[in-house]
Design a protein around this ligand. Structure first.
Ligand SMILES: NC(=O)c1ccc[n+]([C@@H]2O[C@H](COP(=O)([O-])OP(=O)(O)OC[C@H]3O[C@@H](n4cnc5c(N)ncnc54)[C@H](O)[C@@H]3O)[C@@H](O)[C@H]2O)c1
Length: 291
């Protein structure tokens, strides 16, 4: 049989297709900031299950015992390190990197996940008028910028010093759909006559993530360090019915994200299967930014 020479099958007869690099992250040393939060815990446990060495770093010492109990019941101590980290403190960032390298000898991946993101709980509702743009307190804005922007840069600086010594490294920034588009405030109208708002601090401090990702990616592209961002949206966490109904109406997929639906994309970016990716944004948003 004569195959047309322009056919991909013709090519495969002479030169077999290559397989992709491994999706395995087993043996990789991975630092996750904000590790005691919703996404941080999910990713940490999935990565431990996949055989990675994990540094679980977070500022919240109250949440630590609960997470530590779960992790130490399931995984050997040689596989993890709990580290109290405040990304707004240069010393704390340096100590975290030193502790990681002391225990594991190197640092392969940084996941910049820690952030301040106001929740729509009773506390937030009580201050709902402050959430309007024209009233939003500048002190709260400064606080969010300090953590989400300056803190993210600060821990990345410390990690990059180590990755340069290794001539290798991989950074995954956690962005948000609100790094790309404005919040649709009708999502936060729960039909009780009191419109709530996603405040400007989050949008202001997360909007920098995509361009910071491109900055770091291009800065280090020839020095062995790559940098990409993941763009999650609306992880289900027992939200109430009015929110779920609004969400179903506004989202292309019509449902929130199950936390386990994030672990595949995180694994892909942490693995060598994404080795030619740098400066990219990987959206995991059920189509939220597609219309
Ligand atoms: N949950 C979502 O639906 C969603 C959607 C889009 C993006 N994100 C992003 O995902 C990331 C994680 O979100 P989450 O929902 O798990 O939040 P979360 O509030 O559950 O967890 C954030 C963690 O960061 C920690 N943290 C705060 N300040 C810190 C500091 N100075 N130093 C170190 N740790 C600090 C907190 O203690 C907390 O454990 C954030 O970057 C957020 O912007 C979340």
């Amino acid at each position: 049989m004569n195959l047309n020479e322009s056919s991909p099958f013709a090519n495969s007869m002479q030169q077999p297709y290559h397989t992709h690099a491994s999706l395995s992250i087993a043996g990789k040393v991975i630092l996750i900031t904000g590790a005691y939060g919703l996404i941080g815990q999910t990713v940490s446990i999935s990565f431990l299950d996949q055989g990675a060495y994990i540094i679980l770093a977070d500022i919240d010492t109250n949440k630590r015992p609960e997470v530590e109990n779960v992790v130490s019941a399931r995984f050997p101590e040689k596989q993890f390190l709990f580290q109290t980290l405040d990304i707004t403190s240069e010393i704390s960032c340096a100590n975290t990197v030193n502790a990681a390298v002391q225990k594991f000898g190197r640092l392969d991946v940084l996941i910049n996940n820690a952030a301040i993101d106001a929740k729509f709980d009773a506390e937030q509702s009580a201050g709902k008028h402050n959430a309007r743009f024209e009233n939003y307190p500048i002190a709260s804005l400064r606080n969010s910028v300090d953590v989400n922007l300056i803190g993210t840069i600060q821990i990345t600086q410390q990690v990059c010093r180590q990755m340069l010594r290794q001539n290798a490294g991989n950074i995954i920034n956690v962005a948000s759909t609100y790094s790309l588009v404005a919040p649709n405030q009708t999502l936060y109208n729960f039909g009780d006559g009191q419109q709530q708002f996603k405040p400007v601090d989050y949008v202001a401090s997360k909007s920098f993530i995509p361009n910071f990702t491109r900055y770091v990616a291009t800065f280090y592209a020839r020095e062995g360090i790559r940098c990409n961002a993941i763009v999650p949206h609306a992880i289900f966490n027992n939200h109430e019915t009015p929110f779920l109904e609004n969400f179903a109406r506004l989202s292309p997929m019509g449902r929130m994200c199950d936390r386990d639906e994030l672990t595949g994309p995180f694994t892909f970016l942490a693995s060598d299967a994404s080795s030619y990716m740098t400066g990219s944004l990987l959206s995991v948003d059920g189509g939220w930014t597609a219309w």
